[in-house]
Write a protein that binds this ligand. Structure first.
Ligand SMILES: NC(=O)c1ccc[n+]([C@@H]2O[C@H](COP(=O)([O-])OP(=O)(O)OC[C@H]3O[C@@H](n4cnc5c(N)ncnc54)[C@H](OP(=O)(O)O)[C@@H]3O)[C@@H](O)[C@H]2O)c1
Length: 233
């Protein structure tokens, strides 16, 4: 069982993308923490629904869950790598305008609106963490390919870093983090090489919660892996 220390007793958590493998694992783990008083789950199927491809529903969802604010922990665990009609591109010739747009909408533009509407619900000493991916590291890109996913996560990292600077002005003790979960067993990773070595979502969620718990306000705006190591931009 994971017992988080940095939020005090009776902390409230909000998980966006709660229907995914990691999202569900975060919710289960937080619900099992005796120190956690509330876990609010948002996803495309929740009430209210939160669809990152429907900009109008984002402020409406924030308004509804604001009744339990402030939240001490907000996790964004949504993301898009593939779905029918969308595959990670192996070469420039595979780029497709609609697919690029959809991947950016889910991984970057939707999360930008989440930062706009949900950061105001964060406790001044709380933490908001968004799941990014190491393949979004520009410095670490050695293999190429996966244009839309890589670029959308790199841009997400810039949004998080930029928002962390603004957040620090009004809430210097808050933490805003970009996290890489490692390769995790989920629908997102399943079709790809590396999935064989993927870790269970519960293990990754436990590791990521420990990273969040151990991060200090000075770490806000940083890009961290599941083992706590910083990832280069
Ligand atoms: N798994 C890995 O190996 C791995 C590696 C690096 C980074 N990540 C990142 O980790 C995060 C979680 O991934 P996962 O492995 O848990 O994947 P997953 O099981 O496929 O979950 C993806 C989540 O994203 C949600 N989502 C997709 N499109 C959405 C939309 N338009 N609006 C709202 N929500 C939407 C899904 O909701 P529905 O249930 O409604 O479809 C689901 O909750 C993602 O950001 C991913 O990029 C994962």
């Amino acid at each position: 069982m994971t017992a988080l220390k940095s939020f005090g007793n009776g902390y409230r958590a909000l998980v966006i993308g709660a229907s995914g493998a990691l999202g569900q694992a975060f919710c289960d783990m937080l619900e099992a923490d005796p120190g956690c008083a509330l876990v609010t789950r948002l996803s495309r199927n929740s009430v209210p629904p939160l669809d990152l491809e429907d900009a109008a529903c984002i402020p409406l969802a924030a308004e509804t869950v604001a009744q339990h604010a402030p939240y001490h922990l907000i996790i964004v665990s949504s993301g898009l790598l593939h779905r029918p009609g969308i595959r990670p591109e192996k070469s420039l010739s595979a780029l497709d305008a609609d697919a690029l747009q959809a991947v950016f909408q889910v991984n970057t533009l939707g999360p930008a609106l989440l930062l706009r509407d949900f950061l105001p619900l964060l406790d001044p000493q709380g933490a908001m963490a968004l799941l990014s991916a190491k393949v979004g590291s520009i410095g670490d890109n050695r293999l190429g390919g996966w244009y839309a996913y890589r670029a959308s996560k790199a841009a997400l990292n810039m949004l998080i870093k930029t928002a962390s600077i603004e957040l620090a002005r009004r809430a210097p003790r808050a933490r805003l983090l970009s996290l890489h979960p490692g390769t995790v067993q989920s629908a997102l990773s399943q079709p790809f090489r590396g999935a064989a070595a993927a870790r269970p979502a519960a293990q990754a969620a436990r590791e990521l919660l420990a990273v969040i718990d151990n991060c200090k306000p000075a770490d806000s705006g940083g890009f961290f892996a599941y083992n706590g190591e910083r990832i280069e931009w």
